[in-house]
Design a protein around this ligand. Structure first.
Ligand SMILES: NC(=O)C1=CN([C@@H]2O[C@H](COP(=O)(O)OP(=O)(O)OC[C@H]3O[C@@H](n4cnc5c(N)ncnc54)[C@H](O)[C@@H]3O)[C@@H](O)[C@H]2O)C=CC1
Ligand code: BAL
Length: 492
């Protein structure tokens, strides 16, 4: 049995999907379209206009016109009102958006309802408040002689290209669009080719909320064509990207042409460390959730579990038992806890890692196989007996695959936790807060969760050390990424 689709969702999905440029739905210049599949079946869900370089150019021009035009004439309070209204509209359309997200991404409807959609609305509501609080400062100068009045202004960067992934399609759009608008920028958003639908729906809500034409343009298309053109475009002032570290590096090179500003939110291989004095009734289910939430398709996934040796078997057996009982199925089926992976390509990538782990001697404590032969379902998997040099330990798998290892003491685990090119997140579990904070201080990662995991809040900055990225999203910190500082110096 599946949840009955709302008629409006059925109608939206089955309609032809155009690009959203300058407040209008338009076909792509070359008339190209692409299919977005339903990951639960592998069948085509919808056909979507495919942006090419010409469309990227049209969208950038529309954004530039809006930047110098009506958007720049709105007061901060008016901008804040529009952004708040977008949050309200997301909540008003929550069920439709949740169903759309489940169809396009595959995630369980309960998860889309409880997590993705309210979190996207919350981000717009939080950022709305910042629109009226983008302030400079007055600066006392030490230049001898004449008096000066010097101050700084924070100005928008300009036209921002935003390239987002498929793991949290609407939420990643919110993380990008909301701070850009709060700081007075304009946007060309390229959603992932696997999940373009909720971003197109969001474009309509943004227009309904009162954003002038061209302020947010949404151009679905392929990364190597539309994404690459956006990253290289000479009239784009900044690119904000979330996705693989590999593509992040390509974007750095593409952006060099006009030295556009960049923020990058990239991969992770996050350590989750359980000490022997932790409350295991909480730590065990949390360690399972840290890796299995969103099918492990989270950049922050706690994919390396380290347990102090005296409790290793207890914790691993507990996590493996949870893994075996997770209900895997189509996201639209009531009771489903874990849906399919996003695509055939991702399924092959993840099962390739499982084969490599087995070939290198890892032991499978739970899962390890594809479920059925329709759609892209995989069993939640726990591997032990791994070594530091194995691919399954070193590389981001981006699937429901946990590698678990024992450790003996704090300094050893700090070194092992940091033995990765990534530095996105980490978890620490212990009743001893001094020990937790000591380890948190040693771990080189943008977020350390103590006795919790995957806690996100619009006010809490998120981003990576090392090859996990540049800059921070959310919180006060994101405002820096979307503003230029201008110093004004007046001789009195
Ligand atoms: N940090 C995160 O949240 C995410 C990390 N990933 C990682 O990336 C791996 C591969 O997944 P993909 O979907 O292939 O990630 P990806 O990095 O290729 O795709 C992310 C976005 O970048 C775009 N893109 C791809 N190539 C581009 C290019 N040359 N120039 C500009 N934009 C480009 C895509 O169209 C998509 O919108 C995953 O297995 C996972 O390890 C994937 C998605 C999200
Ligand atoms: N990429 C944003 C959040 C996550 O994947 O964990």
């Amino acid at each position: 049995m599946t949840v009955t689709l709302e008629k409006s969702v059925r109608d939206f999905v089955s309609a032809p999907h155009q690009l959203f440029i300058d407040g209008d739905r338009v076909d792509s210049v070359l008339g190209r379209t692409f299919a977005t599949p339903d990951p639960a079946t592998g069948e085509t869900l919808a056909w979507v206009a495919e942006a090419g370089t010409e469309d990227v150019d049209l969208a950038v021009r529309a954004a530039r016109r809006a930047f110098t035009g009506p958007w720049s004439r709105m007061t901060p309070a008016q901008r804040g009102h529009v952004i708040w209204r977008i949050g309200d509209l997301i909540l008003e359309h929550a069920e439709r958006l949740a169903q759309l997200e489940t169809l396009d991404n595959g995630k369980a409807l309960a998860v889309a309802r409880a997590a993705d959609i309210p979190a996207a609305a919350a981000l717009f509501h939080y950022m709305a408040g910042w629109a009226t609080k983008i302030e400079g400062s007055t600066i006392p100068l030490s230049v001898p002689g004449a008096g000066f009045h010097a101050y700084t202004l924070r100005e928008p960067v300009g036209v921002v290209g935003q390239i987002i992934p498929w793991n949290f399609p609407l939420l990643m759009a919110a993380w990008k669009v909301a701070p850009a608008l709060a700081t007075g920028n304009v946007v060309v958003l390229k959603p992932a080719e696997q999940t373009p639908l909720s971003a197109l729906y969001l474009a309509e809500l943004i227009a309904e909320a009162g954003a002038p034409d061209g302020v947010v343009n949404v151009i679905p298309g392929y990364g190597e064509i539309a994404g690459a053109a956006l990253a290289a475009h000479e009239d784009v002032d900044k690119v904000a990207f979330t996705g693989s570290t590999e593509v992040g590096k390509m974007i750095v090179q593409a952006a060099a042409g006009n030295l556009k500003k960049l923020t990058l939110e990239l991969g992770g291989k996050s350590p989750n460390v359980v000490f022997d004095d932790a409350d295991l009734t909480v730590a065990i289910p949390a360690a399972a959730s840290a890796i299995f939430f969103n099918h492990g398709q989270c950049c922050s996934a706690g994919s390396r579990l380290y347990v102090q040796e005296s409790r290793f078997d207890e914790v691993v057996d507990g996590v493996a038992d949870i893994a075996r009982h997770i209900r895997v199925g189509p996201g639209m089926e009531p009771g489903t806890e874990m849906g399919p992976l996003i695509s055939d390509e991702q399924l092959r990538r993840v099962t390739g890692y499982l084969e490599s782990g087995r070939a290198e001697g890892a032991e499978t404590r739970a899962g390890g196989r594809r479920c059925g032969d329709r759609g892209y379902f995989l069993e939640p998997t726990v591997l032990t007996g791994t070594r530091r040099d194995m691919k399954v330990v070193r590389e981001e798998i981006f699937g429901p695959v946990l590698v678990a290892s024992p450790f003996s003491e704090l300094d050893e685990i700090a070194a092992e936790a940091n033995d990765t090119p990534y530095g996105l997140a980490a978890g620490v579990w212990t009743r001893d807060l001094a020990k937790a904070q000591a380890l948190a201080g040693k771990i080189r990662a943008g977020t350390v969760w103590i006795n919790c995991y995957n806690v996100f809040d619009p006010a809490l900055p998120f981003g990576g050390y090392k090859q996990s990225g540049w800059g921070r999203e959310m919180g006060h910190a994101v405002l820096d990424a979307y503003t230029e500082v201008k110093s004004v110096c007046v001789q009195l």
